[in-house]
Design a protein around this ligand. Sequence first.
Ligand code: G16
Length: 554
Amino acid sequence: MEDKQRSILIESASRFPPPQGVKISYGTSGFRADASILSSTVFRVGILAALRSIQTQSVIGLMITASHNQVSDNGIKIADPSGGMLTQDWEPFADSIANAANPEDLVLLINEFIKKEHIPFGGVQSAEIFLGRDTRPSGESLLEAAKQGISSIVGAIATDMGILTTPQLHWMVRSKNKGTKVFESSYFEQLSDSFRCLMDLIPREDTNISKIVESLIVDGANGVGGEKLEELKKSVKSLVIEVRNSGKEGEGILNERVGADFVQKEKFAPLGFSEDDAGIRCASLDGDADRLVYFYILPNSNKKINLVDGDKILSLFALFIKQQLSVLNKEEDTDRPIKLGVVQTAYANGASTDYLKNLGLEVVFTPTGVKYLHEKAAEYDIGIYFEANGHGTILFSEHFISWLERRTNELASTFEGSEQHKAALRLLAISSLINQAVGDALSGLLLVEAILLYNGWSIQRWNELYQDLPSRQLKVKVADRNAVTTANAETVVVKPSGLQEAINIEVAKFPQGRSFIRPSGTEDVIRVYAEASSQEAADNLAKSVAEHVHRILG
Ligand code: G16
């Protein structure tokens, strides 16, 4: 490293000293902690992003957000050139620089990494990083720290894209690197145009549209998603959407008893909803709008809900795509069978997995975190992945899209307007509507709405696809959550010894019992999941497993 570069780094890093006595770890989707201790981490991630941009000769994205966490937390997510999460190979480097004790150690680590990764560093170099942030009050100063980190690498520039949802920033990075438009207006245009295209392909005479055109109520978690949905609404006039908890001044606090995480974990209506909304189709976004769940309030239930979670969204998408493929895929049309696969995690309700397998689909499991699911889904022509918490999307391989485009053109010239032609057009519209960079609550919501309209289904009918096994999730605060290691897509505890045996004994007591634990990568807790044949049994199983966690981990 040249002297000039070294001294810029030393000087700027000295303005962002790391917090004393705290180890910061790269978690499920980047760094996350109380905002007050994050400036040095965010500054250093700015450096990492510049190096990644130099190495890949592409734009990298940095999003300042703590997603579903409480408002006093913040964090940073990194978008790789494809728009997906940072490659896992770079995570150890992220960890090590975040924890370097002083500027000299930091420079040493950077130097070693540049050599190890053969990054063409020094001389004439350029890097560009897109920055975005959600609506957290700490976002502005952390964004400034990221800018300082970026500008401490010679030739690197930061482009502030403003207040965005996380998926919008990932979409912009992907678009920029593909050479297409990156404006926020282009994002809204792509979503609304492809939604309209899907709507035009609905066989109107068959649908009972009136049943579901009644308004959809969306809980915006008092975050950035509510504001952006208001914007999107303007160009999808065929949907009647009422946004609550939209983040407007005085409406409530970000993620506090609102949002997808709250609704999914508590199975309870968010603030701002009442018994008067019973039976109406409702949806909930999380704090940075990369998760989506649906629900409806049960009448006279004190705001209890029926949750229509990520597993049911996955099932709706998988069923629809499978139907379109079977209309389209006459044997003679393809040179090889189209590979459609779905990816879930251990949190997927057992009933959803059975349902998907009964549809004849290949179902595979990965650990929690979209970075794992996304990677797996990319192995298919069409890979659909969803976590039960509502984070997921659909990936279409380039090979499949080229085939589909060719096929659509052939059908347009021979069988224009045929069911086969329409199925091809629908699949193309989905590939453009769904955000293929990362799970996106807004694009997911439009696809759900389009499919419900196509099927003429109410939310209640959708919910009847299968009946969830009762489940319960708990959080346990322990002395050191990193003392737990797991295997087999997080279904088995490897360490500490004795814990898995204790879980097995509990599970055996309950018919259809299943339970696992894992350290959260976004909060300082151990998560406990339990499933059983009745709600009471699932609650009891979760409680007894949580007690073992507490007993063994302190
Ligand atoms: C992030 C990840 C998700 C993961 C969630 C919870 O979501 O992107 O894949 O499911 O954290 O992770 P954990 O259980 O490790 O806390 P988000 O929406 O919070 O960014």
